[in-house]
Design a protein around this ligand. Structure first.
Ligand code: TRP
Length: 352
């Protein structure tokens, strides 16, 4: 039997997981568990590149860990852990840094954009604090991925450049010190981009304020209210931009309607979504029906997760034990790779 592929991905710690996070990444992570050997990480060390409050970071990391379990990441099949519990990765990060070109790091789009933002868009403003952590970010990401000798990394398009860098680092290591790391491929899975229901011209995001996002574990009433008040469009049904495309499959409804149709389909109601799209273009769609169905689907999908989350939180000591057990598993996996990498690079082993 061929070995199952090793999958690795990371998510930033935030205290609230939104349905945007879920449909945009985590739902796919849950599915991948059926076919692959998965490792998922709450990347608290990466989150430290922004000025942060220690208590908030610790809280958000734990909340994200709980959210992943509640959303369906299964610790019996999958290793899911908080990054700072595995110091082996941070050590590998240093080793890999010696194989990373400074030029490559300073050309990373994310580094350029974030450092420019910190400088308030004024190039050459040296008063802004741009930490070296911002520059090092992709090396730590490479260490995450390579520590588990990963085959595939499911990430969004915005991470392609970081993945390319990871492959380059793996290649350089392998050619200089002998083969150790598979070159990790990017897995561009079919994910769903969710827009703000209050302003469908923008991506769903917590930073826009509570009207603009729906939490995955939000109360039923609140979910219904937000869907009921979702912005649809100002034109008549069937008159949205793209409504007159020749091929019916190319037709696009207004962004607000598309967003609701997307959510409905993402909840597993693809047939209803297809039917309602047709109704939209034939001018017979009643928006209250679309909203009602979408709210029902979301409530049905998330209800079970909300219960699971409450159950996990009720047993606080079990939770701490679980975080520890997962860290031990991850450390032993990363430790194995690290011992090989140390040996190949000519380092001494620490006494045991
Ligand atoms: N940089 C990723 C993001 O912002 C998060 C991340 C950290 C990650 N380490 C990773 C993703 C390793 C995939 C693999 O989304």
């Amino acid at each position: 039997m061929p070995q199952r592929k090793r999958i690795y991905s990371g998510i930033q710690p935030t205290a609230v997981m939104t349905i945007g996070n879920y449909f945009g990444a985590v739902q796919n992570w849950v599915r991948l568990q059926d076919e692959c050997d998965c490792v998922y990480c709450v990347v608290d060390l990466h989150a430290m590149i922004a000025t942060h409050d220690a208590g908030e970071l610790r809280y958000a990391s734990k909340e994200m860990f709980v959210s992943l379990l509640a959303a369906g990441i299964d610790p019996d099949r999958t290793t899911v852990y908080i990054q700072s519990t595995v110091p082996e990765q941070t050590e590998l990060c240093w080793m890999l840094a010696t194989l990373t070109s400074l030029g490559d790091l300073s050309r990373m789009t994310q580094f350029k954009e974030k450092s420019a933002l910190l400088k308030g868009g004024h190039a050459g403003d040296e008063s802004a604090f741009v930490s070296a952590g911002l520059l090092f970010y992709p090396v730590l990401q490479a260490a995450d991925i390579l520590a588990y000798r990963t085959d595939c990394v499911p990430v969004g398009q915005d991470q392609s450049q970081h993945l390319e860098l990871s492959r380059g680092i793996a290649r350089r290591f392998n050619s200089r010190f002998g083969y150790l790391f598979p070159e990790p491929e990017t897995l561009h899975a079919p994910i769903t981009k969710v827009l703000s229901t209050a302003d469908p011209s923008r991506k769903m995001s917590k930073s826009l304020g509570p009207r603009h996002y729906i939490g995955l574990f939000e109360e039923e009433d609140s979910i219904r209210k937000k869907i009921r008040s979702a912005v649809t469009d100002s034109g008549r049904p069937g008159q949205g931009a793209g409504a007159d495309a020749e091929d019916p499959r190319d037709r696009r409804a207004s962004p607000g309607i598309e967003n609701l149709l997307t959510l409905l389909a993402a909840c597993g109601h693809e047939d209803d979504a297809r039917q309602m799209r047709e109704d939209y273009f034939s001018g017979t769609l009643r928006y209250v029906n679309l909203k009602g169905l979408t709210a029902d689907a979301l409530v049905a999908l998330t209800g079970e997760m909300r219960d699971r989350r409450a159950e996990i939180l009720r047993r606080e000591t079990d939770l701490d034990g679980r975080i520890k057990a997962m860290a031990e598993r991850a450390r032993s996996m990363a430790g194995e790779t690290l011992a090989l990498a140390r040996d190949k690079m000519g380092m001494f082993s620490p006494p045991t």
